[in-house]
Design a protein around this ligand. Structure first.
Ligand code: APR
Length: 234
């Protein structure tokens, strides 16, 4: 088996579930009472901007009540202590990986604590409600939308991610249903280029059959144990 030097990790909503952040595809198929398509598409924003702004304002406010869990902290420890290449790609728009201390981190679906200006295209830090109409700090226009990659939009940093997938020796997917592309396809890209692949999830994901190994359970239990093992044994 090839020696592990370069690790790429993908996380999804499941890693934040134990912190109290709702996942998208719960048993009732709703996300905090809404169909994902009603609050997470450019069309939804065009149709009813107030509803969409309010929805993300509530998600942003909720961040103040949640905290990184053992899985976020274990990945931050791995980032700090792993001598080789490392990249953590998250689909999550919460800031729990950031707060846990992860540095080599990329938010491919945007961030709740960021706003995207529809007038000038710049991104800026956002800590208050966008419903209250704050101006863009770059161009002074009141035109900020949530900096969230909605359905039908291109995720951030895809070139960098594809390169990392092609170069990694180990690809690990944590807490994601594998229902949304392009992230759902990362396991096949990594495997195509020769990486070993591992999934840790509560239930089998849509892509489970593509992984060399699937571990089923809570991220808060599985991830710290796996990190301890890889830091000790490589
Ligand atoms: N530990 C590990 N996995 C868990 C836990 C837990 N404690 N709780 C739930 N899960 C798993 C579920 O079994 C499910 O497979 O996490 C997964 C969450 O899946 P989704 O809700 O579909 O979230 P995600 O895969 O991140 O969604 C992808 O969809 O709506 C878009 O842009 C949004 O980034 C999001 C994307």
């Amino acid at each position: 088996m090839r020696e592990i030097n370069n690790i790429v990790i993908l996380t999804g909503a499941g890693i934040s579930a134990e912190s109290g952040v709702a996942t998208f595809r719960g048993p009732d198929g709703l996300w905090e009472g809404h169909r994902v398509e009603d609050v997470a598409t450019p069309e939804a924003f065009q149709r009813d901007p107030a509803l969409v702004q309010k929805f993300y304002d509530e998600r942003r406010a909720k961040l103040q009540t949640v905290h990184p869990n053992a899985a976020h902290k274990a990945l931050a420890r791995l980032d700090a202590d792993w001598g080789g290449d490392f990249l953590l790609v998250t689909q999550n728009v919460d800031d729990l990986h950031d707060r846990a201390g992860s540095k080599r981190l990329l938010h491919m679906h945007g961030e709740l604590l960021s706003g995207l200006c529809l007038a000038c295209g710049e991104r800026s830090a956002v800590h208050k409600d966008l419903s209250s109409g704050p101006a863009c700090p770059h161009c002074d226009q009141v035109a900020l939308r949530p900096d969230i990659v909605w359905f039908g939009e291109m995720p951030y940093q895809m070139e960098r991610i594809e390169l990392a997938l092609a170069q990694c020796d180990l690809f690990v997917s944590i807490g994601t249903s594998g229902a949304v592309y392009p992230a759902a396809g990362f396991v096949r890209s990594a495997a195509h280029y020769g990486a070993r692949t591992l999934e840790m999830n509560l239930d089998p994901s849509d892509g489970s059959l593509y992984f060399d190994e699937s571990r089923m359970g809570k991220a808060g239990d599985l991830v710290p144990a796996w990190v301890e093992d890889i830091l000790t044994n490589g």
